[in-house]
Design a protein around this ligand. Sequence first.
Ligand SMILES: N[C@@H](CCC(=O)N[C@@H](CS)C(=O)NCC(=O)O)C(=O)O
Length: 230
Amino acid sequence: MQMKVYDYPGFPNPERVRIAAAEKGVLGNIEFITIDIPSGEGRKPEFLAKSPLGTVPLLELNDGTCISECTAISEYLDGLRGTPTLTGVVPRDRAVIHMMQRRSEALIVDAIGAYFHHATPGFGPLIETNQIPAWGEAGLQRTLLGMRYFDKILSKQSYLNATSFSMADISLFTGIEFAQTLKIAIPKACAALVEYCERLKERPSFAARISRAGSDTGLGWRGNQAEKPL
Ligand SMILES: N[C@@H](CCC(=O)N[C@@H](CS)C(=O)NCC(=O)O)C(=O)O
């Protein structure tokens, strides 16, 4: 089955879908179409008709169905082949994975996103027309709180759902890697979280990401020159 995914490579939400697709072995079934977010392509009527919030990633099926939100896209991909491995099968696992997915978004992916959009030049002047720096700084504080929270969880277990890898791990990892791109380091005390990120990087599916870690964001923005003090 062929599918289209509209994305903007190297940003955390598109990365989540690339890794999920690689985990499920369906990368080869996807045509990736770049939407140039900084130049405003995501806000054009043609794209808004598919993705009303103007965000990527967006999955488009052959019948024209458009699915946005990484969680929904991951659910779809997970159901395509074999036993679901990313979203759980039994009620207990499904519930824990969804809980951890939401926490990964609220405390890391969305929080560092708020920092990026409001406390840095973000996607540039065309897109960032309503910046609230204090909201960005609050996002940074939430990210750091989140890192400490997840470190505590991961000091007792291998993955966010105990012993099984899931979409929640993909979300947490990509958010943290994006923070590092913005020169926000994992606090030194969070050894379990550091080890977990190093371990996840070794999964073959993580090679599917087009990470900007260690480089700039591609927008002429190199984050803070020094790592933010914690
Ligand atoms: N909750 C959404 C978030 C999607 C999102 O914010 N994507 C960013 C790229 S990482 C985007 O498209 N931003 C466009 C904009 O800010 O106008 C998801 O899970 O897919």
